[in-house]
Design a protein around this ligand. Structure first.
Ligand code: NDP
Length: 330
């Protein structure tokens, strides 16, 4: 028997409830690899799936947790053998499939990535989907020409998970990082992980009818969207790119005009972590092991256990989680 966070749905009221529950190996779904999970994380999507699901979860009982890292216990796939350290993010694990809030998981071998040298399972989960996606964004900006010395790179939602990791990676690579936050009390934290400039959220939350604003940013990692992304696009320097990751501030790009694209050659790069092909996953995890300083990563970590998850799920939906939560499932 082992412990997992199980979400059940009351068919009559439609209400869901999450509780730590004992399961057996026979309860696990089919898959080619059984993993002894060591750590998981809390991402925005986890907040949704620990709660009512927002349409992401189709079948109950459900085990949420979009990320996991652990050791292979059993494998019928040649690529993995018992003892291998692995990490899993995306592929709708934790939403359409059972996820990482468990001491044992059975998964499809195609979803796994071997842990790169230099990262242990705890560090991998300090990174998690949020940090992995932040690295995909940095790689996309680099692939579109961003280099240190080009000017300040803006990170929105900077005190959150995606924003914190993006800030630390960019700073480590030698970029000036301007961190947008709605939590001024997080300034010392943001500076400690590498931000050189703090931008108050309110400076970017009012839509403007101007077609363009002064050119300021050499790149942007955006976790917020909404009015903020509409404003940021108008402030990008000529020929630069914004990597769009998230929608913490709204699902539409509000107040955006075509002008930054056609007059300044600005690019809007969409970043998806869920269906990312294996080769690019490997590239991103290897870059994370090399370009994310572990002391900065440690400064972002808030430790938690399975029983803390119902509260943490609500907190992340309210924008109240700082940095990265690492869940020790054991
Ligand atoms: P967090 O909740 O940790 O961070 C989001 C941050 O955004 C908050 O900490 C806050 O930062 C800021 N924020 C929250 N609400 C608002 C608002 N109304 N207006 C402006 N800023 C706001 O979440 P994550 O970092 O884990 O995820 C961020 C986003 O990225 C989510 O929308 C998530 O779904 C998405 N995402 C997408 C992925 C992909 O594959 N494309 C993968 C991972 C995440 P501060 O307090 O500093 O202002």
């Amino acid at each position: 028997m082992f412990n997992a966070l199980v979400v059940n749905k009351d068919e009559e009221s439609g209400k869901t409830s999450a509780a730590v529950t004992q399961l057996g190996l026979d309860d696990l779904p089919h898959g080619d690899v059984t993993v002894a999970v060591e750590y998981s994380t809390v991402n925005y999507k986890d907040g949704l799936c620990i709660g009512p699901g927002a349409g992401l979860v189709r079948k109950y009982p459900h085990v949420p947790g979009i990320d996991l890292a652990g050791t292979v216990e059993e494998s019928s796939d040649d690529r993995y053998k018992p003892g291998d350290k692995v990490v899993l993010t995306g592929w709708r694990v934790g939403e359409a499939h059972w996820g990482g809030y468990t001491q044992k998981a059975r998964v499809n071998a195609d979803w796994l990535v071997p842990l790169p040298e230099g990262l242990d399972t705890r560090a991998a989960m300090a990174v998690g989907t949020a940090g992995f996606t932040a690295m995909l964004a940095v790689m996309a900006l680099e692939d579109h020409g961003l280099k240190p010395g080009h000017g300040p790179v803006l990170v929105t939602g900077a005190a959150g998970g995606v924003g914190s990791v993006a800030t630390a990676i960019l700073a480590h690579l030698g970029h000036e990082v301007a961190a947008v936050t709605g939590r001024p009390e997080q300034e010392p934290y943001l500076r400690s992980i590498g931000a050189t400039q703090i931008v108050a959220r309110e400076e970017l939350t009012e839509a403007t009818r101007k077609p363009l604003e002064s050119e300021v940013w050499a790149g942007c990692v955006d976790a917020v969207s909404g009015v903020m992304l509409g404003r940021v696009l108008k402030q990008m320097k000529y020929g630069t790119s914004v990597a769009a990751i998230g929608l913490a501030g709204g699902a539409a790009i509000e107040g955006a005009l075509i002008t930054p694209f056609i007059l300044r050659g600005v690019n809007l790069l969409g970043i998806d972590s869920v269906m990312q092909p294996y080769d690019n996953r490997l590239r991103a995890w290897t870059r994370i092991a090399n370009d994310l300083p572990m002391d900065k990563l440690e400064a972002m970590v808030q430790p938690a256990t399975l029983s803390d998850l119902p509260q943490l799920g609500a907190d992340i939906l309210n924008g109240q989680v700082k940095g990265r939560v690492v869940v020790d499932v054991n």
